[in-house]
Write a protein that binds this ligand. Structure first.
Ligand SMILES: Nc1ncnc2c1ncn2[C@@H]1O[C@H](COP(=O)(O)OP(=O)(O)O)[C@@H](O)[C@H]1O
Ligand SMILES: [Mg+2]
Length: 239
């Protein structure tokens, strides 16, 4: 078995002449959180699309648990444990929270979808809202419901694209706490694209910095934060 749960190797996505992602390699160890940061347009969302199979690779390979999944579609990768959250909330706004999570588990082919839904809701402190219609949830709770839907079927990898966007400081820290707990309690590995630097540097085991579709720095948070190229990239985009 591979030492990495997820491995992207020389991944490239070109849109005509636009090299949105151009030769990116990164790994996720079991239970690891990798923060992915970079200025707008750096290719962060595109690399998530590439890894999940939503966008076709121009070049490179993606390995899940050591197996090459590059030729598989997004649904098949999800069935194999590669999950993401979308920023659109609740697919069925009129449905109660628990029903929705249970339906998602059922669609995943989970044997006991009710038990799986309950485990996810408990883990995310959503049990008190189990019977609330999704539309009636507060925004922060809706984001947690998004995460719940991504967690059915016990994925090994979770890719999150700015999950804290629009949340209050308290809600962000709350979500960060849940993510950290998931990595240790459920062995989930997380690739976290996030603007909030306090959150990224606070909870990531390793951080990767993108600029113009390429990795300009990668490693432990302290080293990355001190990297002159990183400072320059951020000062350059501060306006
Ligand atoms: N479907 C597409 N067609 C053409 N260009 C795209 C498409 N999607 C993204 N891009 C371009 O790829 C680059 C990276 O975009 P994106 O991955 O969304 O960046 P980030 O998430 O880091 O802000 C940008 O220049 C963007 O305009
Ligand atoms: Mg993006």
């Amino acid at each position: 078995m591979s030492e990495f749960v997820l491995q992207a190797e020389d991944v490239a996505i070109h849109y005509g002449g636009v090299k949105a992602v151009d030769g990116v390699s990164l790994t996720l160890g079991r239970g690891q959180i990798r923060g992915l940061i970079g200025p707008n347009g750096a290719g962060k969302s595109t690399v998530i699309d590439a890894i999940t199979g939503r966008t076709r690779l121009t070049r490179g390979k993606v390995f899940l648990g050591g197996q090459d999944v590059s030729a598989l579609g997004a649904t098949e990768r999800r069935m194999r444990g590669l999950s993401r959250s979308f920023q659109r909330t609740s697919i069925f706004g009129q449905m109660p929270v628990r029903k929705q999570v249970e339906l998602a588990a059922y669609k995943m082919g989970v044997a006991d979808s009710g038990a799986d839904a309950d485990a996810v809701l408990r883990e995310l402190d959503l049990m008190p809202m189990a019977e609330v219609i999704a539309e009636d949830l507060g925004y922060g709770q809706q984001r947690r419901l998004d995460l719940a839907l991504a967690l059915v079927g016990r994925p090994s990898v979770l890719l999150l694209d700015e999950p804290m966007a629009g949340l209050s400081v308290k809600e962000s820290h709350d979500l960060a706490k849940h993510l950290k707990a998931l990595t240790s309690r459920w062995d989930v590995s997380v690739l976290l694209v996030e603007h909030d630097m306090d959150v990224v540097f606070g909870i990531s085991d390793v951080v990767t910095v993108f600029e113009l579709g390429r990795v300009i720095a990668s490693g432990e948070p302290a080293g990355v934060r001190a990297d002159p190229r990183v400072r320059e990239a951020y000062l350059g985009s501060a306006a």
